[in-house]
Each structure stands twice: as C-alpha cells, then as structure tokens.
Design a protein around this ligand. Sequence first.
Ligand SMILES: Nc1nc2c(ncn2[C@@H]2O[C@H](COP(=O)(O)OP(=O)(O)OP(=O)(O)O)[C@@H](O)[C@H]2O)c(=O)[nH]1
Ligand SMILES: [Mg+2]
Length: 302
Amino acid sequence: MFIDRIKIRVQGGNGGNGVTAFRREKFVPRGGPSGGDGGRGGDVWIVADSSLNTLLHLRYNPEHTAGRGRHGEGSNCSGHDGADVIVRVPVGTQIFDTFAGEMLQDLAQDGARWLAAKGGRGGFGNAHFTSSTNRAPRYHQDGSEGEKFELQLELKLLADVGLVGFPNAGKSTLISTISAAKPKIADYPFTTLEPHLGVVDAGDFRTFVVADIPGLIEGAHEGTGLGDRFLRHIERTKLLLHLVDVSSASGRDPVQDYETVNHELEAYNSDLALRPQIVVATKIDALDEPERLEALRRMVHH
Ligand SMILES: Nc1nc2c(ncn2[C@@H]2O[C@H](COP(=O)(O)OP(=O)(O)OP(=O)(O)O)[C@@H](O)[C@H]2O)c(=O)[nH]1
Ligand SMILES: [Mg+2]
C-alpha cells in the first residue's frame, strides 16, 4: 500500500533529576555534597532515507519517544543520557506543524536530518551548587521535560518529469518502455492506483526520474475517479508529459481530453498549469481517423 500522508507524535526524552547527597566515608566526619547531575533526555530525529518509498511503516507506529535521562546519584555520579530515536522517512518528505499547518522542513536529500523534538536537560545535583557561602547545599534541580509535538508528514515524490493524462492513455506503458519500472498495464481505466517512479538512462551516466500517476478525469479536483491527491507527486517536476489517446477506441475526443486534463491541473494548482508541457499523442498505430490527431495538433499549436 502506498501511504503518502501521515500524522506522528514525537517526544524528546525527559531529563533526569539531579540528586542531593553527601559523602559518607570512614573517618571523615562531615563529607561534602556529592549529588550528581541528571542525564539529558534523548532527541527525536527525522532522517530521509532513499531506500524507503512510502510512509506506510509509520502508520501503525505513530509514537516516537526518545529515552529519558537517568537521575543523578551520590558519589558525584551523573545519570546516563537518554538514547536518541531516529524516524526514517522517504526522500521528498515534508514536515508540517499539525496545528498551524506551516511547513517546518523539507527533507529533499538522502541522509538529510532534522531535529524534531529535543530532549530535556538533566538537572544539577547538589554538588553543583556548592560555593564559598554555601558549602553544603541541600537542594538539587529536577530535569526538564522533553519537547513534544504532533507532526504531519507528507511525501512528495521527487521526479523530473510527470506523466499526466486520462486513464488508459498509455502512461504506464510509456514508463515501462523507457525505464525499468514495471507498473501494471491493462486495457481498462484506473489500472494504476498509486504513483510509480522510473529512472531513465539518458546516456553518459545521466539519468532522470519519471513519475507515473493514476489517470485524471473530469471532476478529479472534486474527488471524481481517484481524485487529484496524486497530483502532489508531480508538483515538483520540471516538465509534464501530457499523454492523449488519439485512437477512436477511446470513444472520446482527444481535444476535449486534452482540455479536461489541463483544467484539472489548473483547478488543483495554477502553477501546475504553467509548467512546461510536452503533449504526446498515443496509440497512433491504431489511428483510424487521422483528423483526430490533426485536431489535437491544431489545438496544441493554437
Ligand atoms: N495500440 C496501442 N495500445 C497502447 C499503446 N500504449 C498503450 N496501449 C494500451 O492501452 C491500454 C492502457 O495502457 P496503460 O499504460 O495501462 O494506460 P495508463 O495511462 O497507465 O492507464 P491508467 O493507469 O488506468 O491511468 C493497455 O491495454 C495498453 O496495452 C499504443 O501506443 N498503442
Ligand atoms: Mg497506468
């Protein structure tokens, strides 16, 4: 299952308390203060990992709490620091504040890391408070609580080229031809239910990434068909490849299909409508009425 939006809770570990203690040694009648400091709480980090493609693994595991710092002990022993926790996410994950809705971080590079919740500091033990005026302080400091946040994670795949078009236009066929991606291909609409990426070898060690997303139909921006939620994954592409089936078998008009898809792109995000677009007529091997291709060509060249 492809999961591209999820809520998680992150919490830094609490800091350990300092302690009040005095030395007790044989033959030393009045030992000095010896209460150690508490350890600091662990942090929660979110790290981009290119081996992941979805946020699914976080679905049943939304709580991420780092280890707490241990309390200080006598004999000037500091408590151990709490362990950090690392939450791995796919490259292209954006992190939002659930309440304010603002973007906090965009993890667009493999290995990029972000401190999501800081652990609490450890409290000082009484030894720390010893001074010339107070040689036997009888107080210590408690550790502070770790930070606590609720975050919304959203995956936006990072592709250079996005394939758009009606269902059945031949998008998956194209990506399976130009890359090693092997999405399901079939002669019915909505074969593709989730986005796929394909890496295209352009020679000279150059590659680019193409995203195949589920087809669009009229009203996609209002949720018709699979809706427009997958358009998020082509929002960051440099170029759109707009596939239009020109064969009569589609039972639709290519010019109208072309306009419908552009209208859905515009309704989703006006930036997407301005993205450079290459229009590709598909199934020309099955073109029985050349006028269909000509009409599309005229429309695109208007
Ligand atoms: N004749 C002909 N058929 C094609 C061509 N390209 C794709 N097809 C067929 O068209 C049908 C749909 O192809 P897909 O690649 O699954 O189409 P899609 O755009 O990914 O469809 P959705 O995933 O449903 O949006 C399949 O039966 C393909 O074999 C082509 O160039 N010529
Ligand atoms: Mg498909």
